[in-house]
Design a binder for this molecule. Structure first.
Ligand code: ZN
Length: 99
């Protein structure tokens, strides 16, 4: 598998470290149900089949965090962007168009 780093161009998977779901957000500690939400945040993971937004770190390159939109069944990467840029990667489809 090859990943298109927004800074370095297309590189081998060996240069990257997978972090996880790019849409996972830390719960608000002031929330009444914070304890249960933190347990879910730390321990519960989905195992999506199909379209998934993932965080990758280019550890052997520019050391940039990137968001990749990937199909977990085929490993096809639709788009990538720097994580600090937020939002959807360039060339990404609107919500719900991929599943
Ligand atoms: Zn890079």
């Amino acid at each position: 598998m090859r990943i298109n780093c927004p800074c370095c161009g297309e590189r081998s998977l060996d240069e990257f470290v997978y972090y996880g779901d790019a849409d996972l957000r830390r719960p608000d500690p002031q929330d009444e149900e914070a304890a249960a939400k933190f347990i879910a945040y730390v321990y519960e993971r989905t195992n999506p089949s199909g379209f998934h937004r993932e965080l990758w770190y280019h550890s052997l390159g520019c050391r940039t965090w990137i968001v990749a939109e990937r199909d977990t069944r085929t490993h096809e990467i639709y788009a990538t962007c720097r994580a600090v840029d937020g939002g959807a990667p360039e060339g990404a489809a609107a919500d719900g168009e991929r599943s």
